[in-house]
Structure formats: C-alpha cells, structure tokens
Design a protein around this ligand. Structure first.
Ligand SMILES: C[S@@+](CC[C@H](N)C(=O)[O-])C[C@H]1O[C@@H](n2cnc3c(N)ncnc32)[C@H](O)[C@@H]1O
Length: 275
C-alpha cells in the first residue's frame, strides 16, 4: 500500500504492530513506576528525618557544650548534619569571599542567616564584627550546634512561617543554598502536594524582605537541582525565579570565586532594601 492510497499511513506503520505497541506501554509504565518510586523514597526520607528530629529534640535542647553535641551527632549519624559538616570545608570561606568581592561590610550590623547549616557564615559575620548573629532554621541539630557556637536562633519552617518573625530587625539577611529554586516552579496539585510546602516565590521574597531594615541588604543565592554534574535548568537567568527577583529590584551579581559554584549555586541576587 503506498502513501497515495493511504495518506495517513494507517495500517502500514509500526504503530499498528501489537508487540511494538506493548513495548511502548511497558516503557511508559516503567517511567511512571520509576517516578512514583522516586517520590515514595523522597517521602520516606522526609518521614525518617522528622522521626529523628522528634526523637532527639529534647536531648539537643539540654546539651551544653559543642563537644557533647559532636558526640551525639557521631552516635546518631544524622545524614543531613553530616552533609553540612562535610560541606564546611567548602563553605567556610563563602561569606568572606562574598564580602571581599562586593566591598560590603557586616561590622556593626545585625546579621541574619536564613538556613545556616553548619553556620560558617554566622562565624565569619561574628569574626568581622557583626553586632548580632542570628539564624532561623527548622533542623534541631542545626539550631543546637549554632546556639552552642554563640549565635542566637529561632526554630521554624522558613517556607511557611517566616512571617511570624518580628519585622525590620536586620541590616543584613543572608540566604545561601537554603531554597531550591526549581521547587518554586513545581506543580501545586497531586497527592504529593502535602509534602511540597514551598510558598509562592513572591510571598517568600516579601517575607524575607520584611525582616530587613530600610537601608539594609538582602542576599539571595538559591540552590538549583542537578544530576550527574549537570544542572537541570541550563540558564538560570531565563527562569521565572530570576525574572521575579529582577522585577522586585534584585540585581544579579557576576560569579564570585569561593562563593558561587557550578552547577548548584551559579548566581547570587542582591537588593538594597529601601522602605
Ligand atoms: C544546604 S543547607 C545550606 C547551609 C548554608 N547556608 C551554606 O551555605 O552552607 C540548607 C539549610 O537550610 C535549612 N532549611 C532548609 N529548608 C528549611 C526550611 N523549610 N525551614 C527552615 N530551615 C530550612 C537546613 O536545615 C539547612 O540548615
């Protein structure tokens, strides 16, 4: 049968082959199961994390020294905290490199780290004479460790509850690798929605900015998803997140050595808050 007799190719294409058709269905099912398995695994990890937090939060509140804390962390082997500990080798110069490259000062300024992890930025801000070094984080291990190092913190979920903090308290608000930019674009429907607690990006930005005094600085450097060393989104400047940041008065800085790194944290946005 030629194409002239059968212009839509009906009856002569591979699509009609039942084996091929089954192959396509099986492969579709495979992809679906894979993505469900990935999602289920993600939810299980979250549940395990929450269980660990519930189990150890009272003990962490009572700990009085960094040494005691380190002994507990070694015994518990909290995976998230172990990652922050490991990354400290890379992140401990982060804020210093940023301040040197931008000629910004934290001296005499009230510094807030939103999601400090191991707390290197808090330590550097303190060394450089910040008048106070505060943090906000939801992880009791992170909160306990940074409290024991002499910083002051609030434990809350920054995706939903930043609005509970008193407004206009800080001269310098630092958020590095705390938010995953890709998540602001994720679907807001489906059964997994209850585990996706990311707010609208505009809401989050205004919650962050609310904390800064007029004349203060807000620094926002999100983390971007990557796989096999390759960022999922090639050009981060062509995303809704970057578009909103620029529209809201943030400037994107050229890459800073020791602060930005590929593929996770390629770009930092900064805003001098006026009112
Ligand atoms: C990848 S670490 C980044 C640590 C540090 N800023 C750095 O540059 O190394 C992310 C930090 O944000 C905190 N974090 C992530 N999601 C959070 C949430 N929803 N509420 C509060 N803290 C959160 C984590 O507990 C952790 O301390």
């Amino acid at each position: 049968m030629d194409v002239a007799q059968n212009p839509e190719g009906l009856g002569n294409g591979l699509q009609e082959d039942p084996i091929q058709k089954m192959d396509v269905e099986v492969s579709r099912l495979g992809t679906l199961l894979n993505s469900k398995a990935h999602s289920i695994n993600h939810v299980l990890q979250l549940l395990r994390k929450r269980w660990r937090w519930a189990r150890y939060e009272r003990t962490l509140d009572k700990i009085a020294t960094v040494t005691e804390f380190q002994e507990l962390v070694r015994a518990v082997q909290d995976p998230a905290f172990q990652v922050y500990e490991h990354w400290d080798a890379f992140t401990k110069h982060d804020l210093a490199c940023f301040l040197d490259a931008t000629s910004l000062k934290v001296e005499g300024r009230r510094f807030l780290d939103v999601g400090p992890g191991y707390g290197a930025a808090l330590d550097v801000a303190k060394q450089r004479g910040a008048s106070s070094t505060d943090f906000v984080d939801y992880d009791p291990f992170v909160c306990a460790f940074n409290r024991l190092k002499g910083h002051r913190g609030v434990r809350l979920d920054i995706r939903r509850n930043l609005g509970r903090m008193a407004a206009r308290q800080y001269d310098f608000v630092w958020s590095k690798a705390t938010f995953t930019a890709d998540r602001f674009n994720e679907s807001k429907t489906g059964w997994l929605q209850r585990f996706k607690l990311y707010p609208d990006f505009e809401t989050l930005l205004s919650d962050l900015e609310r904390l800064v005094v007029p004349g203060g600085t807000s620094v926002f450097c999100p983390h971007w998803h990557y796989e096999n060393g390759q960022r999922k989104i090639g050009d981060v400047m062509k995303t809704r997140v970057a578009e909103i940041l620029l529209r809201e008065g943030y400037t994107s800085l050229p890459s800073i050595e020791g602060h930005n790194f590929e593929p996770m944290c390629p770009t930092t946005f900064i805003k001098n808050v006026t009112a």
